[in-house]
Structures are given as structure tokens and as C-alpha cells.
Design a protein around this ligand. Structure first.
Ligand code: C2E
Ligand code: CA
Ligand code: CA
Length: 628
């Protein structure tokens, strides 16, 4: 695979960020046999294209690029016939090729193609299906030799005449050219290939008309996976259809497919829960923002899926093109940039739109690198747990420890959870991460129990994140870890944030399950977010942790002191204990003790420490037995 690797490297360097993100998906698709074929392909002077079973482009050789102008990264995923066929190509030839693809048959034809720059190219195209050992169709290899235009066709239409306007005329008078092939089967919207073709034309138009502008919106439905998970495949499909319908209606109305080639807005389905909108003829960002706002509003309205209300939001990434499209490399680059901006919108908290900026690539690259390293860290032993003492405020005695994950990065030193836990959450690694932390911490905790007895911390607090509660069988997972460590459920306290505990019925059900098994629950960071004392009684928690921003100003800001006091009172009434976070001074400790807060945690008592450091921190044997 050296040659393939080299070809890939060339094709992938430019959209590296993008590639990394989709890497796992890609690697799945590229099979060994493909690699072998690609090797053969690289050594011929013919244009070679390898496609999957639907003949979506997987790989092209260098000769293909020099012949057509299309780079490998640009065309990956495009439908081959749609990509290659000139808008004015003979429809019977196109149909024959498409039929061959559908039937998995070989086919040979002379096809009028268009290069990336729109110019004419005639290819003798040979399509060969690839079957695996079981006779299943795995893909196609297509070999193209450049040939002269047939006599009859020569000079009929000059290439420069085939522009946006002519194609638009067709869309009005006749049936849409590729309606069936370009429609996404599930939603009826134009598919990815159609969207790319359309972007390509808009881009060409922008290049030749400085006054023209357009915008691309990359739309991703938030938490679609969750819906799919809870309502099943049919529910997911139904939701996608409804999303498509709303997008269609929210954009300028019309039969999208008939207008694929003409100058109106376009809604398309890129795949999965990813959609795109192309806003035609807009130059100013305000207009685009207004449309994006409208789409967000539409998608935030509740859906009714198989008689279940579904409420979510969407994240949108936007790229605007104007002024002759200076600096825009290709349609594929536009899509990538919009995708990047969408990703930023998700990071910023979802349910919003973000305009693309160059700097995002670097930030994303950083995140991607972190993600890559994190996968390695999870395989090895770069992750460790720091322990911070939690003390009884009245006596100053150690009551427990909180486990706080750390990452010993080989190049970057120790990295804190604030930097990598969100990354782990985004890329679906937080479940594994959480499992690792829980296991390490429980083992360590039991080691201390055995070694230090009375002097050892009596409880262990471990933080949870949202995705962990979504893991099927999470309660059993916790029970197994406890059993494996020989620890009793009452010794473990799991910490969840308020947003997590309050907002979601499913998460609450899991929390109740945990509680039923005897695990203690704490509400973390109380006061930092949607704090509501009124809702406290609905949450199945045993203790409330008062956020350190409140503690910090407890002595100086009256409102904060009053709120802390009220929280402690309400918690006590509900039979919950309280923990103050971030105690740094004697003054804060005294005040919180006076307000009858049960426990405290903070630098005053001890910073998060390695297990060894904590052992040295433990009070000497004699002093540990003082009873308050
Ligand atoms: P948290 O649960 O609120 O943890 C307390 C954080 O406050 C810790 O930051 C701790 O180092 C810091 N802290 C403790 N005492 C003081 C103090 O007196 N002053 C100040 N300024 N800070 C103090 P850390 O370790 O960086 O953790 C940050 C957050 O990351 C944690 O906030 C928790 O939400 C999350 N986290 C940590 N470990 C894990 C984990 O294993 N899994 C998950 N899902 N999240 C984790
Ligand atoms: Ca915590
Ligand atoms: Ca906290």
C-alpha cells in the first residue's frame, strides 16, 4: 500500500482536518482489495476511478486528476456518472451506465464528460463491477481513455455556451434531467451529489460574475443519534423526513428537484442527519443570518415522531461566497468549511449557527490532534486519577476524596479535564474514559481502605458525564466495577451536573436505578447553571455541591451568601447534605461552617494529588482518631 499511501497523502493533506474527522468512516470503507486495485490503477496512464457499490467515488488515480482536473479529495463520495457526465451528454448513454451500476453489470460507452473547469472531454468509459468471494457486489472500477469527439457531435455546442443559464432553461421546460438519480430516497431531497453539482455551478457563476454571491449552510440535527436510539430506526427515518420537509418549506418554495439546475435556493440531504442549503444570489451576511435564524426556529419546534414528541435543535455552519469567489478553492472546500463551522456551532453549545472563519481550521486541527492522542491514551496508561480531599467542615476531618482525571501527555505534559473531557464527549470516547476512571479510582480507594483503615477516606466521589448515562447497561457497569474492586455501593458517590440531572427523563431514570442499588448521588456545580432551588426536590440526589464561584464571593457579595444559606437550608429540609467547593481561605471555611454546610473541598485543605501524594497527606495515625 505504499503507492496508495502516497496517493492518499497527496489527496488528503489539504483537507487534513476534515479527513481526520472522517477518518474512521473512511478506513472502514477502504478495503484491502481496493488498495490492491488502486496499486494497479496508479501504474496506468488511463484515468482510473474506483467506486463503491453505488458507484460513489472512493478513489481516483493521478491520471484521472490530470485528465479531468478533479482532485481525489474533491470527488470522493460523488456519484460517478453524475460527476463525469456533461450536462448535455447523451441521455441514453447516461441511462445505460446508470442501469449497469444498478444491475452490477459491466458496460462500455463513449461518454461526453466535463472537466472540472466545465470544458468538454470525451471518454471511452469502461465500467467493471467488482464482486467479492461470495459474489456480493463490492464496487466498480472505471477506466477512461480520452477519445476525440464523435463527428456528429463536434461543434454542436461550444463549451462556453454551457453555462448556468442554459442549464436553467432545461429545468423549466423539460423534466429534470437526473431527478431519480439525484433524489435522496428517504427524504426526496436532492442528494449529496446533486448538492455538489449545484455548488460547483454556483461557484463557477460567482467566479465569472463578481456581483453574484451565494451562501452554503451545513445543517446538522442535534442529538439525532439519541432519537434514533430511543425511537428506533423507523423513528429516525420519520424524523429525517420531517426535517427535510421543514427545510424545504423554510427555503424559497418550489420543486427542489426540478430546480436543481436553476437559480433558486436548494435544500439537500448530504447523508445521515446532515443537510445542506444553498442560498442563491445573496451577498450580505445579514440576509444569510436571517435565513439561518429562521431554519433554527423551524427545527426547534417540536416534532411528532410515531406519536412521540421530539424536541431538539440544529447546528448550522455557514460559508458565504461573493466578490468573484476569491480564495475559494473548490465546491468540496466550501462544504468542508461549512462543516467546520457547523462543528464549531456544536462545540459552542448547539442550537445555533456559526459563520466560517479561517482560524477554525487550526482550532479544529488542535481538537482533532487531541482526539487522536486521546484514543492512544485510552489504549495505554497515560490517564491517571488525582484525588482531592473532602473534609467535614465542623471538625476538619477527612471524609472522602473526589477523583479527578488527569492526562499525562507524552509531549504536552499533564493536561486537565477541562481541556480533554469535552473532546472525549464530542468524539464518543467519554464512556470509555469514564469507565477507566471509575475502575482506577475504585481500586485505589479499596487499596487505601485495606492499608489505612480508619485513616483512609470513607467515600469516593467520581464525576459522570451525560454520555455515560446513555450507555446501555450503565447501572450494571457500575455494579460490576464495584464488585470487581470489592467496594460497597454506599462508599461511592457519583456526581452529575444539574443540567444533566434535571433536563432529561431518561437520565433521571438511570440515576434512580443507581440510587436503588445504593450508590450515592451528588449534584455538582450547583449555582453555576440553571440553578433552581425549587427543582431540587425532584432530583434523586443525596447531596448538593455548591459551585466554587459562589464560595469565592461568599464573604463579599451579599446575594451569594444569601443564596448559599438558602441552598443549605433547602437541601437540609429535603434530607440532602451539602458540600462547598473551592474553599481557598480560612475565612471562607469559617463562614461556610457557620452556615452549617456539612463538608468542604478546596485548596485550603488540599489540591488534587496523585495517589502517592495523598498517602503522604493523610493525617498521622494517632491524630486521625480524634472524634469531634
Ligand atoms: P468539578 O467536578 O467541579 O471538580 C472540581 C474542580 O475544581 C477540579 O478541577 C479541582 O481541581 C478544582 N478545584 C478544587 N479546589 C479548588 C480551589 O480551591 N480553587 C480552585 N480555583 N479550583 C479548585 P479539575 O480537576 O480541573 O476538573 C474540572 C472538571 O472536570 C471537574 O469539575 C469535573 O466536572 C470534570 N472532571 C474531572 N474529572 C472527571 C472525570 O473523571 N469524568 C468527568 N466526566 N468529568 C471530570
Ligand atoms: Ca465534581
Ligand atoms: Ca464541581
Amino acid at each position: 500500500g505504499l503507492l496508495l499511501a502516497a496517493a492518499l497523502a497527496l489527496a488528503v493533506v489539504e483537507p487534513l482536518v476534515h479527513a481526520l474527522r472522517r477518518q474512521s468512516r473512511r478506513l472502514e470503507r477502504r478495503s484491502l482489495e481496493l488498495e490492491r486495485l488502486a496499486l494497479v490503477g496508479e501504474n496506468t496512464s488511463a484515468a482510473v476511478l474506483v467506486g463503491d457499490a453505488a458507484h460513489r467515488v472512493q478513489w481516483v488515480n493521478a491520471a484521472f486528476t490530470s485528465c479531468t482536473g478533479w482532485g481525489a479529495a474533491e470527488v470522493e463520495g460523488a456519484l460517478t456518472v453524475e460527476l463525469l457526465a456533461h450536462p448535455l451528454a447523451d441521455q441514453t448513454v447516461c441511462a445505460a451506465l446508470r442501469d449497469a451500476v444498478a444491475a452490477g453489470r459491466p458496460q462500455r460507452a463513449e461518454l461526453r464528460c466535463r472537466r472540472r473547469d466545465g470544458s468538454d472531454l470525451w471518454l471511452d468509459v469502461e465500467l467493471r463491477p467488482l464482486h467479492d468471494a461470495h459474489g456480493t457486489l463490492r464496487g466498480f472500477i472505471t477506466v477512461g481513455h480520452e477519445v476525440g469527439a464523435p463527428q456528429a457531435e463536434r461543434g454542436r455546442v461550444a463549451p462556453e455556451q454551457v453555462g448556468l443559464s442554459e442549464v436553467a432553461d432545461r429545468g423549466q421546460g423539460q423534466q429534470p434531467l437526473y431527478a431519480a438519480a439525484r433524489a435522496d430516497r428517504l427524504t426526496g431531497l436532492p442528494d449529496r451529489g446533486a448538492a455538489m453539482a449545484r455548488l460547483e455551478r454556483a461557484l463557477a457563476h460567482a467566479r465569472s460574475h463578481r456581483g453574484y454571491g451565494f451562501a452554503l449552510l451545513f445543517i446538522d440535527f442535534d442529538r439525532f443519534k439519541h432519537v434514533n436510539h430511543t425511537l428506533g430506526h423507523d423513528g429516525g427515518d420519520e424524523l429525517l423526513r420531517q426535517i427535510a420537509e421543514r427545510l424545504r418549506l423554510a427555503l424559497r418554495p418550489g420543486d427542489e428537484l426540478a430546480r436543481v439546475d436553476s437559480c433558486t435556493d436548494l435544500a439537500a440531504r448530504l447523508g445521515g442527519d446532515e443537510f445542506a442549503a444553498v442560498l442563491d444570489g445573496v451577498r450580505d451576511a445579514d440576509t444569510v443570518a436571517a435565513v439561518a435564524d429562521r431554519l433554527l426556529r423551524e427545527l426547534a419546534e417540536p416534532f411528532n415522531v410515531l406519536d412521540h414528541p421530539v424536541r431538539s435543535s440544529a447546528s448550522i455552519g455557514i460559508v458565504c461566497v461573493a466578490d468573484g469567489a476569491d480564495g475559494v478553492e473548490s465546491a468540496a472546500a466550501l462544504l468542508r468549511d461549512a462543516d467546520t463551522a457547523m462543528y464549531e456551532a456544536k462545540r459552542a453549545g448547539r442550537g445555533r449557527w456559526v459563520m466560517f472563519e479561517r482560524s477554525m481550521h487550526e482550532r479544529l486541527l488542535h481538537t482533532m490532534a487531541l482526539e487522536h492522542d486521546l484514543r492512544r491514551a485510552l489504549r495505554g496508561d497515560e490517564l491517571f486519577v488525582a484525588y482531592q480531599p473532602v473534609v467535614e467542615l465542623a471538625s476538619g476531618r477527612l471524609s472522602g476524596v473526589e477523583a479527578l482525571v488527569r492526562w499525562q501527555h507524552p509531549e504536552r505534559g499533564t493536561i486537565g479535564p477541562a481541556e480533554f473531557v469535552p473532546v472525549a464527549e464530542e468524539c464518543g470516547l467519554v464512556g470509555d474514559l469514564g469507565h477507566r476512571v471509575l475502575m482506577l479510582a475504585c481500586r485505589q480507594f479499596m487499596h487505601w481502605q485495606r492499608t489505612f483503615g480508619e485513616r483512609a477516606p470513607a467515600t469516593l466521589a467520581v464525576n459522570l458525564s451525560r454520555a455515560q448515562l446513555d450507555r446501555p447497561g450503565f447501572t450494571d457497569e457500575v455494579a460490576q466495577v464495584l464488585q470487581g474492586a470489592g467496594m460497597s455501593a454506599q462508599q461511592l458517590q457519583l456526581e452529575v451536573t444539574e443540567a444533566l440531572a434535571a433536563q432529561d427523563a431518561r437520565a433521571q431514570a438511570v440515576l434512580r436505578e443507581l440510587k436503588a442499588r445504593g450508590v450515592r448521588l451528588a449534584l455538582d456545580d450547583f449555582g453555576s447553571g440553571y440553578s433552581s432551588l425549587a427543582c431540587l426536590h425532584q432530583l434523586p440526589v443525596d447531596s448538593v455541591k455548591i459551585d466554587r464561584t459562589f464560595v469565592r464571593h461568599a464573604q463579599t457579595v451579599e446575594v451569594h451568601r444569601v443564596l448559599i444559606e438558602a441552598t443549605i437550608r433547602v437541601a437540609r429540609t429535603l434530607g440532602m447534605t451539602t458540600v462547598a467547593e473551592g474553599i481557598e481561605t480560612e475565612g471562607q471555611a469559617a463562614l461556610l461552617a457557620a452556615l452549617a454546610c456539612d463538608r468542604g473541598q478546596g485548596w485550603l485543605y488540599g489540591r488534587p494529588m496523585t495517589a502517592d501524594e495523598l498517602e503522604r497527606w493523610l493525617p498521622p495515625a494517632a491524630a486521625g482518631i480524634v472524634v469531634a
